[in-house]
Design a protein around this ligand. Structure first.
Ligand code: PGA
Length: 255
């Protein structure tokens, strides 16, 4: 893995396996430091295809090296509206299948925004409150959408947004369609942590893989900081890290 400068930002660039090990090292250090102090570690987690090999590395460390998640508290970024937890495309379901089922994390320490809600405003406020009560997020993982969303904070999401119900962008629906068997089956709404919620995390890491992310990663890292590309807000975070494979980073020299 190498460290390169892109615009004003520092990016860690390497093979997926190297990126995953580096990210897992951060989580392992946090979990162990907190365990030694008898405290909880608060992780903000993401769904999508990007973090899957990272989750595999966490599972491997738990199984083979005994890394314990018994002091981990997790908050997921977002959830589709209306699917229900048991739906195989719900983020609740994906997180349990791809990660939580394979760790010693306590079920009561896992939070994913509700997919079904009678009162989304109330539930969004309760989600914010739960994060605050846990002491805030220590370590937040992000992917990046094709138009620069973080969580489901689509283009136009302001820096002061909080957890709330949102309308999904057309591009987000098109990108999700293969997994749902057609655009018409993708939910049109979701609940997401806000940009402000994300930026309050003490450490924020954005992971991007593949050439399809190259252009938007470049805009997010070097373009104007604006709600046009919500990931660009990371440029001004005190402790943000960009973890990119070679394809997402471009050549490195002109990126
Ligand atoms: P992906 O999604 O990891 O499936 O590319 C990332 C995102 O939309 O945030």
């Amino acid at each position: 893995m190498k460290t390169i400068t892109i615009g004003t930002q520092t990016a860690h660039v390497g093979e997926t396996a190297e990126l995953c090990r580096a990210l897992a090292d951060e989580v392992e250090t946090l979990l162990k430091e907190r365990a030694a102090e008898g405290r909880l570690a608060v992780l903000g987690l993401a769904t999508g295809s990007t973090p899957l090999p990272f989750y595999d590395e966490l599972i491997r460390r738990h199984r083979e090296e005994g890394l314990s998640f018994s002091n981990a508290v997790t908050f997921n970024l977002d959830e589709y509206e209306g699917l229900g937890r048991e739906h195989e495309r719900s983020y609740w379901h994906e997180m349990w299948c791809n990660l939580f089922d394979h760790l010693d994390i306590k079920a009561e320490n896992v939070s994913v925004p509700p997919s079904v809600s009678e009162d989304p405003d109330r539930d969004a406020a309760a989600y914010e409150e739960a994060i605050r009560e846990a002491g805030g997020i220590d370590w937040q993982l992000l992917g990046i959408g094709g138009e620069g969303h973080i969580g489901f904070n689509e283009k136009g999401s302001a820096i002061d947004t909080r957890t709330r119900r949102v309308t999904l962008a057309r591009k987000t629906i098109v990108d999700a369609a293969p997994g749902f068997g057609g655009e018409d089956k993708v939910p049109t709404h979701a609940i997401t942590m806000g940009v402000a919620t994300i930026l309050e995390a003490r450490r924020v890491v954005l992971m991007a893989r593949g050439a399809s992310k190259r252009e938007i990663v470049k805009r997010a890292m070097t373009g104007e900081v604006s709600s046009e590309v919500p990931a660009s807000f990371l440029q001004n975070h005190q402790n943000a890290g960009w973890f990119l494979d070679e394809e997402a980073a471009g050549s490195g020299s002109d990126a």
